[in-house]
Design a protein around this ligand. Sequence first.
Ligand SMILES: Cc1cc2nc3c(=O)[nH]c(=O)nc-3n(C[C@H](O)[C@H](O)[C@H](O)COP(=O)(O)OP(=O)(O)OC[C@H]3O[C@@H](n4cnc5c(N)ncnc54)[C@H](O)[C@@H]3O)c2cc1C
Length: 592
Amino acid sequence: MADYQVPLRDMNFLLYDVFKADQLWQSLPTLAERVDKETAEAILQECAKIAEQEIAPLSRNGDEVGVNFDNGKVTTAPGYKQAFDTYVEGGWTALGGEPAFGGMGMPKMLTAFHEEMLCSADISFSLYPGLTAGAGLSLAKHGSDELKERYLTRMYTGEWSATMCLTEAHAGTDLGMIRTKAIPQDDNSYLVTGTKIFITAGEHDLTDNIVHLVLAKLPDAPAGPRGISLFLVPKFHVNEDESLGDRNQVSCGSIEHKMGIHASATCVMNFDGAKGYLVGELNKGLACMFTMMNFERIGVGIQGIGAAVRSYQNALEYAKDRTQSRSLSGVQSPDKEADSLMVHGDVRRMLLNMKAMNEGSRALSTYIAMQLDIATYGDGEAQQKAEQLVALMTPIAKAFFTDLGFESAVAGQQVLGGHGYVREWGQEQLVRDTRIAQIYEGTNGVQAMDLLARKVAGSKGQLVKVFVEEVQQYIAKNTSEQMTEFLQPLAKATTELAQLSQDILTLAQDNPEELGCAANDYLHVFGYTAMAFVWAKMAEVSFMQDQASEFHQSKLHTARYFYARILPRCQSLIASATAGSDAMFDMPEDLF
Ligand SMILES: Cc1cc2nc3c(=O)[nH]c(=O)nc-3n(C[C@H](O)[C@H](O)[C@H](O)COP(=O)(O)OP(=O)(O)OC[C@H]3O[C@@H](n4cnc5c(N)ncnc54)[C@H](O)[C@@H]3O)c2cc1C
């Protein structure tokens, strides 16, 4: 596998040239106190070092050795503990945390790049701090000060890690069916009993304690999702003097053997009357968990980008080096037995698909992260609009980036031919590792329904309007002649998205099944249109820069490729999304 090289140039281009992050931070008083361009550059540079030098080298061995389960104990792959300690010493576990409890409070625009670097280096490794950061967010927002003092502070120092315990054998997507019970005790604590499956980082040897955030129901709770509460259940009790006490009644029953992310422990967790503490209000657990899940969903979307970037770097190095056949337009390298793979149109198609989708995804993820920062730290109308955009774009970030990420991982494998299928070059690991991102944190099918049924239909199309107006205002403001090649098709795609939204809502008035049948295609039309928006922004800035720069020339070529060869995918998706549900529901189940 090619050595991982963090695309710092592109990250800085997005932050400062395209999205003017430094100006945004200065305009938001809380962020102005915490971060400026100089600090942010130093953070990304240091993070790049640890990702390239400490974490990326672990990935191959982690995949081969995996995690070991022995009588309830889980041991991570060789080198993991040492790399995790280095990561903790660098203070990275505090990066996005709440400053009042020891976090650094860095903006999402920055932490999103930190996440991408970790995922490109090794998705398995990224999950241990990733889940802790997500749980930290939920605890910071909904936990009592006592819980925060006791647990959150030590999650930020990296002494302890955290998990998210939702799934049960019979309840995955439909969490309203969970059976884990919480019985109230006289001392305000609860005894939690039940079995959770598929729990990432449920047990391991990286930290002294593990803080489980567990969904459970009180015996008299209302049925379904309205009866779910959230509890903090530590692996070890914590004494009054903050030292670790006895083991709580929670244990790992087994670990899963799975397709990819072998170095991430996926655990069956048994809670046998384990002492837990309520987080947030009773029966509002799902809402509290959603704070974490929204964060995690964008993070999982970034997993797709991370793997895709690695796949591109690997495939590109290989394609430049490998010689096979001659170019259709005649011999290009007469001194060699054959021309390089780079001369073949089909190889260029795969590489440019990857490059256009990867850089487009990174740009769109930066745009969404910017909206999250404005939603968190801004005020007034701008803050409200940002909140709406975040609600709309979160399922797109999760599902679209991971679908494209998997497509890129497979395309990279294809560039290597048979060498992409065997172990040697590491491409097959990327395909296996990135596949899960389409499944966990709510499957991509469920994300598509969240977008179309909850966000679009639920707001009667209002949220789509917010996005459409944002793009239309951008187009109206941009009068530069040379941008016409991008702005015309962008305007057309945006109008088509608005029309598609309206058409589906109209169809669904007579038949609600239309939503389920159109959702996946709709999410992708939305994703490609949003990506066209950020590619136009990148092209605009590249036109303004010194065009002799290879970086900006490459941006313009890739923007043109995106508009010529990828955006047209919307046409077939729109046809399919509006074809009606009969083709799916006319067929009786017996005929399947
Ligand atoms: C490696 C790994 C790590 C995981 N980590 C965690 C973790 O840390 N914590 C945790 O709690 N869970 C975790 N999970 C669980 C994961 O989030 C679930 O597997 C996932 O949410 C789907 O649930 P399910 O597997 O029960 O599938 P189901 O819910 O049974 O879904 C099966 C299929 O039906 C579709 N479907 C279901 N309902 C609907 C609907 N209403 N509309 C349309 N389609 C629908 C789904 O899209 C899917 O295609 C992990 C899973 C794996 C494999």
